[in-house]
Design a protein around this ligand. Structure first.
Ligand code: GDP
Length: 519
């Protein structure tokens, strides 16, 4: 997303009209390892944080506030897209702007792609900082050229991606970078009401042996106050103390302020939202409500999967297939993307969120779970832990050795998205001649097929006279002792069905759902 898009995404008219005050932008720094994320954060912290006269020690509260001529900017302390996306995976969006750091001597690297994909998936405006321009081997133009592959077209190439050359070592360009951040923030028109209801997002937490649980939170709305009751996840606590990033004890904290909260009895998870409660009673009630909701959801998950109709209903809305591609080489990635590009139809958009070289990572799984994407791998396989993470999150992660098998799978996905049309087709009918209650096999309707055929898993109606007394499926089908798939007219068979009241003389009418989606 660019600065101009950011304005559209983030400026709800209501907020502008209501005179809600501006708030400082919250910025995260991402990029490939060793490209200088930490160095850039350190440089900004050293030069832009108004450290206390005594000692000048800042406190690690998960983020720090930089003072610039254009106002305050909050930097999240943990660089990297894993932290960013694990917060997003819990439904929170804490960063307003993502700085993608690219080393001028190294250009786009695998984690640069990942970082960009994560920021784009979150719809967060991106500023590119080309770092290490002090090096003799720096090649800023090459980086700008390479950025185009990632859909980040620099302004001087006619695009609208802001690119700032910097050196975290000499400090060159850092001032420009801060200015650009303020500019993008201004366009995004970030506002929050300090008088509104408090909510914040946990960026980190830990348990300190002496002090207890310390939660680092960035205030998103309202004002957080000492003494207040807070709810986070399924826990609540009372704020005993608040510490700001300079290590000062404070009494309250408004929007975009990073603070450390002392007062929870259990460490909350990064990405959890913290809200306030009027009193302890209300805090307890909120927690109880959440526990119930979670248990209900767990119960619902245990129930049978969607019915066909529900499935068709939900498929109707899906117009995009999100994919994360992983392959062994750049060549195979490009080949796959080339074929996929031709596969899009008017109805279905294939959206490759990330195309990377090498095995899928846990970061990919997080991205897939927040963006509802499928992960497809060619000639690379997921490690056990990544596989496990995917299974836990219910992410489709498939590996292929042959490109065309992968493409076939994509075809199936596209077809799945084309609002499949199913038609119920009559299969056949049978008369129940004998009801057998078998100790192991349960209830069996010994039947004679009079017309068409019966198939295992077919839909079934039980007719008694003119009345339908049961509707379900044929759960088992036997000829003598053998399980069979289908039994034709003129033959006898044993039919299993979940209907206890089956009687001699009942008629079984079978039908099946046929996919008649036009190819
Ligand atoms: P990170 O993994 O992205 O956090 O990268 P670091 O900040 O740890 O930096 C990796 C290496 O690059 C370190 O040796 C830094 O000293 C060096 N480095 C970072 N920024 C610059 C820079 O602007 N110029 C030069 N010459 N080296 C840099």
């Amino acid at each position: 997303a660019t600065a101009t898009e950011a304005r559209e995404v983030r400026a709800p008219e209501a907020a502008v009209e209501s005179g809600v005050p501006h708030r400082a932008p919250v910025v995260t720094i991402m990029g490939h390892v060793d490209h200088g994320k930490t160095s850039l954060l350190d440089y900004i912290r050293k030069t832009k944080v108004a450290a206390k006269e005594a000692g000048g020690i800042t406190q690690h509260v998960g983020a720090f506030e930089a003072k610039t001529s254009k106002g305050k900017i909050v930097f999240i302390d943990t660089p990297g897209h894993e932290a960013f996306t694990s917060i997003r995976a819990r439904g929170a969006n804490v960063a307003d702007i993502a700085i993608i750091v690219v080393a001028a001597d190294d250009s786009i690297m695998p984690q640069t792609r990942e970082a960009v994909a994560h920021a784009q998936a979150a719809n967060v405006p991106i500023i590119v900082a080309i770092n290490k321009i002090d090096l003799a081997t720096a090649n800023v133009d090459r980086v700008k050229q390479d950025l185009i592959q990632l859909n980040l077209v620099p302004e001087d190439f006619g695009g609208d991606t802001i690119v700032v050359p910097v050196s975290a070592r000499s400090g060159e360009g850092v001032e420009d970078l801060l200015e650009m951040i303020s500019l993008v923030a201004e366009l995004a028109d970030l506002r929050a009401d300090p008088k509104g209801e408090f909510s914040g997002v946990v960026v980190e937490s830990r348990v300190d042996k002496q002090q207890g649980v310390l939660a680092n939170v960035i205030v998103q709305q309202g004002t957080l106050r000492v003494g207040e009751f807070l709810v986070v996840g399924e826990n609540y606590g009372k704020v005993k103390a608040l510490t700001n990033s300079l290590g000062d004890r404070i009494k309250d904290a408004g929007p975009s302020t990073p603070v450390q909260i002392l007062g929870f009895s259990e460490a909350p998870t990064a990405g959890d939202t913290v809200v306030s409660a009027k009193n302890e009673h209300q805090a307890r009630e909120i927690v109880a409500g959440r526990v119930t909701t979670r248990r209900d959801a767990e119960e619902a998950r245990k129930r049978p999967r969607q019915t066909l109709e529900e499935m068709m209903g939900s498929l109707e809305q899906v117009r995009e297939v999100n994919l994360i591609l992983r392959a062994d080489t750049q060549g195979s990635l490009e080949a796959i993307q080339g074929i996929l590009a031709k596969k899009q139809t008017e109805d279905v958009k294939l959206n490759v969120m990330l195309a990377g070289i090498g095995a899928p990572t846990e970061g990919d799984v997080l991205l897939a779970s927040t963006a509802e994407a499928q992960i497809m791998c060619f000639n690379v396989t997921a490690s056990g832990s990544v596989q496990k993470a995917a299974t836990q999150k219910g992410i489709d992660l498939k590996s292929f050795r042959i490109i065309y098998e992968m493409i076939d799978e994509v075809d199936r996905l596209i077809k799945g998205n084309q609002e499949p049309v199913f038609e119920e087709r009559y299969l056949g009918r049978a008369e129940v001649r004998m009801v057998i209650r078998h100790p192991k096999a349960g209830l069996i309707a010994g039947s004679y097929v009079q017309d068409g055929s019966l198939k295992r898993n077919a839909k079934l109606k039980v007719l008694r006279g003119r009345q339908v007394v049961f509707e379900g499926t044929i759960t088992g089908l036997k000829r003598f002792k053998d399980d069979v798939r289908e039994v034709q007219t003129g033959y006898e068979c044993g039919v299993n069905l979940d209907f206890n009241d089956i009687q001699e003389g009942d008629v079984l009418e079978a039908s099946e759902m046929v996919d008649v989606t036009p190819a």
